[in-house]
Write a protein that binds this ligand. Structure first.
Ligand code: ANZ
Ligand code: ZN
Length: 822
């Protein structure tokens, strides 16, 4: 059978498409509704891989469909081009990170073009371009003016051997990834964004997204924000020197206060060091050294035996007046709540394990029906029950009521108050790295922190490469003398630039806004352009970004809203997460030897077959197991579809209305269903329907109405348009063979004739007294009421009833109507 030459077809259309430039936003018919199709922009590491091939193919179905439906579509592409890999490669190759970055971007850009994604290339941006990061810096300064960017001390990973700060991913099992030395912590003053100020809004504004974002992502965001309702309770601590100090704890169960028998402070909280009795200091310091080596995951594990140190001081329980020993332990975290807890061993298993390990008292204050007493079983009970040993709460049975009552009492006594606590932390954005956007601040001994004046942005990176980037005790920018030493913008005295760069998540928190007006020079974006396109109608990308990237982008959007720069609060109206491409049930990897090279696969089967394979593999959110798929089968199907276009014999000009009705019905039904399937992201089923249409058309040509029937041309055109969403080269080739000019991508979705969607009629029988009196042709989905009305109006039925009273009508749509008369 005839086949087309994949390589030749790809080369041919690449050139034609470049000239046509069909996917520029703003080129739809005047007044067309605008839709923004956004895909997570790539990091420029190496070439296009299977994961990109999948997500881009899925995303492109949506964008291309919107164009065909007549929308004005914005489908931009850019690169998230700052980051550590470029810096590491530069050190390895004694080069500038920019060289590595921009060379990789060119390779990827060429691959995306060949892969025929309908991007608007005129909007291309790179976050490492000074024209882009000037505005990242501008945003930083604006956030700082609003009190949303601030500095505080915090620990960083430090390799004592390499004399450098390490990113988390450079610490492997507590060791430096480069030299294997044990990593320690070092205190540095670092920059933060105050995301916590937006915690409640980040939660609340998700409510309307429930319909259009994956449940899983909503749950992950919720969990990350981690809202807990409870109370702050104040305890007086008597220190070793006899003085008193008030310590506040956060608890979600203030109603169990009568059962609080000791207090635990995070070992690494400053408080522990401040209150420890002199006699316990050595033991405490030794314990602290151990705790500093543990990860939060270790610390929160319920499997590990409990450890801790008695601080040798006592707190007073504000309601019982009892003396409670105060301990330091690792299971309490320094940066959650207040870093100190009241331990209620009877009703919190962690506290109970601790009490058991160190012989501390346990007192039950809630008797839970059908559960044994934790004082005896050492199994904590957390459910509702009857309060006991709890003063005024005794006899109450409802937890919510108990909590409300105790909070009331604490507030009246000035010993505490109801509060909401969030797990969410402020965003540490400082990186002691070179290849990022410099923080536009100057430190002056006299004037303090001085922002770089807006008209001096961007603060450009100096030209450092290779050896300059090697670790030497301070960050590369701090070591760049010419760059770091400047005159203070306020007093003109000697000052130093801030030598940290921003986390790359800052760059990616607003790129989608920049796409709306990528060369705008008077601000980060043109507010009118953003009003036109945003919020993005569809965002497509990996679930690995379900937490941080989405949270930070949402945070940025809210701040910009508060600054009056955008009129919406959520950036992404709908979100789709694609599954992963795996092989033989496992993630593709070099070490497993199950990697599949995308370039080779494309060389063998062509772009269209790879794209079609990705889209046809299953629902977009499911993982794709490459071992189960057949790009060869996809190619065969595409060749079959293409052959149809060579077999259409009818001249253009005959009306499809004169064509074979059976084939026309298949065509129109397929187009109609395809729209619904794409809107509900069932792209794989859409492909299956297209395959059925190809089969039906082939049958019509070979053994039905024949190739000259106008219904055949109509069907083959529909196939080309359907394929234009998935297999653009084949579609274009078909379109040309049908005698049309390019490009099929923008011809528009065919109008579906509703008359052709009606299923073939079925015969309904009308009986009177059990005898057949009439047969009616009706639609298979006719309603009972319609069928009854139709039957009773039929002349033969009217005649047969002959004026007798109708006693009963039994209707079984669409087959039977039984009339009982007399
Ligand atoms: C007393 C109590 C009694 C508690 C009880 C629980 C059950 P979530 O829901 O995660 O917010 N807690 C408070 N701060 C902590 C910290 N820095 N590190 C570890 N644990 C901490 O959990 C809040 C509960 O976790 C708080 O309520 C506190 O223990 C503990 F029957 O206080 B609770
Ligand atoms: Zn100064």
């Amino acid at each position: 059978a005839a086949t087309y030459d994949i390589a030749a077809v790809q080369d041919k259309w690449r050139k034609v498409w470049d000239d046509l430039d069909s996917f520029r936003a703003g080129t739809a018919a005047p007044g067309a509704e605008k839709r923004y199709a956004l895909t997570m922009f790539p990091y420029p590491s190496g070439d296009l891989h299977m994961g990109h091939a999948e997500v881009m193919a899925l995303h492109d179905v949506i964008a291309r469909f919107w164009w065909q439906k007549g929308y004005d579509v914005l489908n931009p592409i850019g690169w998230d081009s700052f980051g550590l890999p470029a810096e590491n490669a530069a050190i390895r190759n004694d080069a500038n990170p920019a060289e590595w970055t921009y060379a990789n971007i060119e390779v990827q850009a060429e691959s995306f073009r060949r892969y025929a994604i309908s991007f608007d290339w005129s909007r291309r941006l790179h976050t490492s371009d000074p024209e882009y990061y000037a505005w990242t810096q501008w945003l930083f300064l604006k956030f700082r003016e609003r009190g949303l960017a601030y500095r505080k001390n915090s620990p960083v990973n430090w390799c004592p051997n390499d004399q450098t700060v390490l990113a988390n991913e450079q610490v492997v099992g507590g060791m430096c990834e480069r030299c294997g030395a044990e990593v320690t912590k070092r205190e540095l003053t670092q920059w933060y964004f105050k995301v916590t100020e937006y915690a409640q809004r980040l939660l609340d504004d998700m409510e309307p997204l429930k319909e259009t974002w994956p449940d899983r992502v909503i749950a992950m965001q919720r969990n990350w924000i981690g809202r807990s309702e409870g109370a702050h309770v104040d305890f007086d601590i008597t220190l070793a020197d006899g003085s008193t100090r008030t310590v506040t704890v956060f608890t979600t169960r203030p109603d169990t206060l009568y059962g609080a028998t000791f207090m635990v402070v995070a070992a690494d909280a400053r408080l522990a060091d401040e209150i420890v009795a002199p006699g316990q200091r050595d033991a405490f310091m030794a314990y602290l050294t151990e705790v500093r080596k543990e990860t939060d995951i270790d610390r929160l594990s319920t499997e590990r035996p409990k450890s801790g140190v008695d601080l040798g001081v006592f707190a007073t329980n504000p309601v019982t007046g009892e003396r409670m020993p105060v301990w330091a332990a690792d299971y309490v975290l320094a940066d959650y709540g207040t870093g100190a807890i009241m331990a209620v061993p009877a009703h919190d298993q962690r506290d109970l394990d601790f009490a058991k390990a160190f012989g501390l008292p346990v007192r039950r204050v809630v008797a839970v029906p059908d559960e044994e007493n934790p004082e005896e079983t050492y199994v904590a009970t957390a459910g509702d029950g009857t309060y006991v040993n709890s003063g005024p709460l005794d006899g109450l049975t409802d937890k919510a009521n108990g909590i409300a009552r105790i909070i009331e009492q604490l507030e009246a006594d000035g010993r505490g108050k109801g509060t909401v606590n969030f797990r969410l932390r402020d965003w540490l954005l400082s990186r002691q790295r070179f290849w990022g956007a410099p923080i536009p601040i100057i430190h002056c001994e006299k004037c303090g922190e001085v922002p770089v004046p807006y008209d001096e942005l961007p603060v450009r990176l100096p030209e450092l490469s290779g050896a300059d980037l090697k670790p030497k005790g301070v960050s590369p920018l701090a070591a760049a003398e010419d760059w770091v030493n400047v005159a203070c913008p306020e007093c003109g005295g000697a000052a130093k630039r801030d030598s940290d760069t921003m986390d790359t998540f800052v760059d990616s928190s607003w790129y989608f806004l920049r796409y709306c007006s990528p060369s705008y020079q008077h601000g980060p974006f043109d507010e009118d352009a953003v009003r036109d396109w945003m919020p993005a109608a569809q965002y497509v990308g990996g679930v690995e970004h379900a937490i941080l990237h989405l949270l930070y982008s949402r945070f940025f959007t809210k701040v910009l809203h508060d600054m009056g720069m955008v009129d919406f609060v959520e950036p992404f109206s709908a979100l789709m997460n694609q599954g992963q491409v795996i092989n033989q049930g496992k993630a593709m990897s070099k070490s497993l030897g199950n990697g599949v090279n995308l370039g080779d696969t494309i060389d063998e089967y062509g772009v269209d077959a790879v794209r079609l394979t990705m889209v046809f593999a299953g629902p977009p959110e499911d993982d794709i197991d490459w071992a189960d798929l057949s790009p060869g089968g996809s190619l065969k199907f595409l060749q079959r579809a293409w052959r149809l276009s060579g077999d259409v014999a009818s001249p253009t000009g005959t009306s499809p209305a004169d064509g074979d009705v059976a084939l026309r019905k298949v065509t129109h039904k397929t187009l109609h269903e395809a729209e619904q399937l794409i809107d509900s992201h069932r792209f794989n089923v859409m492909v299956a329907r297209t395959m059925e249409l190809v089969n039906a058309t082939r049958k019509a040509i070979d053994s039905g109405c024949g190739p000259a029937d106008p219904a055949v041309r109509e069907a083959v055109e529909a196939v080309a348009i359907l394929l234009s969403l998935v297999a653009p080269y084949t579609a274009e080739e078909m379109w040309e063979r049908l005698g049309h000019r390019p490009t099929v991508a923008r011809v528009g979705w065919p109008t579906v004739d509703p008359a052709l969607l009606v299923e073939d009629a079925v015969t309904a029988v009308v009986q009177i007294q059990g005898k057949v009196k009439a047969r009616l042709d009706v639609s298979p989905d006719i309603s009972e009421a319609d069928l009854e009305a139709l039957a009773m109006a039929d002349p033969a039925v009217v005649r047969a009833i002959d004026g007798r009273p109708v006693r009963k009508v039994i209707v079984r749509a669409p087959k039977l109507v039984n009339v009982v008369v007399g």
